[in-house]
Design a protein around this ligand. Sequence first.
Ligand SMILES: NC(=O)c1ccc[n+]([C@@H]2O[C@H](COP(=O)([O-])OP(=O)(O)OC[C@H]3O[C@@H](n4cnc5c(N)ncnc54)[C@H](O)[C@@H]3O)[C@@H](O)[C@H]2O)c1
Length: 352
Amino acid sequence: MSGKVRIGIIGCGTIGSVHANAYAKVEEAEVVALCDLLPDRLKEKAELHKVARTYVDYKELLADPEIDAVSICVPNDMHAPIAIDAFAAGKHVLLEKPMTLSAELGQKILDARDQSGKLLQMGMVWRQRDEAQLVKKEIEAGRLGEIYQIRVKLIRRRGIPGLGGWFTTKAKSGGGGLIDIAVHFFDLVMWETGYWNPTRVSAKCYSKFGSPIADYHYISMWAGPPKMDGVFDVDDYATGFVRFGDKATMVFEVAWACNAEDESYVELIGDKGGMKVGLGDSVIHTEVDNCIADVKLHYKNDSDPFVNEVRKFALAVQGKGEIPATGEQGLVAMKLLDAIYKSSAINQEVEI
Ligand SMILES: NC(=O)c1ccc[n+]([C@@H]2O[C@H](COP(=O)([O-])OP(=O)(O)OC[C@H]3O[C@@H](n4cnc5c(N)ncnc54)[C@H](O)[C@@H]3O)[C@@H](O)[C@H]2O)c1
């Protein structure tokens, strides 16, 4: 298609606004409509982002023939129904993470996409960071050699978001910190390494801090304040061991809340080099001329990952680029998450 891609944003909460701001910086796209269940929020966001058309019912937005594509920015339980309806209405879809609540539902999204012939991009924004892109190039240049071990560490000392609301209600979120934040890093490491074949998992999830809600002590809360009469029935800590065939392994530790220091990085260890990603300080631990050496990579770190994400989406819709994070990859991440929750529930290693 020629001309700007006409975008509708469904869900005008925190991340819906982030998408609107990102599209505003991209010449290939224009946000022409917004949708939110909450009329007051919709009005406020329409004024803020200067968008004329608004819908409370997402099905009405999808029926608008002057919309080419949608960003789906609603709670996780609505990802699958809205994405499936969007494809049936002939729209391209940029779908926020996690893909949905389960791999079974993820497959239904892929089936709907295939029937429509439209594009699906996953909102895996960590890949779009300058550092992540640089590390990918280093890996492709063979700088780490064969990567055989991955460490994922994502610890928030007190970081449960929206306690009592949809984030902490399993029926709406599909789970806690694991599905909410670990999904970013699982996607990142599988993309960096190209290991889209997690095969076996042994894991354990815990729920220690969110309940009773009144007993949770914190300094700040994303999507807060807590809803004191709300629900907390999800994980706030998870750890596990994942095999990628017989070639590589991953250990992970992820917490929305935990009595430990805040830490957030992934570490990729290869037979030629190893490095941490996520600290903004890219150092390859390696050897140079038979000496143990640390190679520091200096790079520009000035692009906005959300702008990179939506620009690539618009370019793909225009037929000028590839989707940077595919639905198939989203489905692999969902299968891994399903297996982690299953392994924890049955206290055994499970096959994916
Ligand atoms: N990529 C990232 O870094 C990132 C960060 C935060 C959240 N997210 C994801 O984005 C999604 C939204 O998260 P959030 O933090 O913006 O949540 P939020 O609660 O701030 O916003 C969700 C909005 O969706 C609206 N909504 C709910 N059901 C709807 C429906 N049926 N039709 C229309 N609007 C509806 C709500 O009224 C609300 O305004 C989640 O899937 C979350 O995992 C991604």
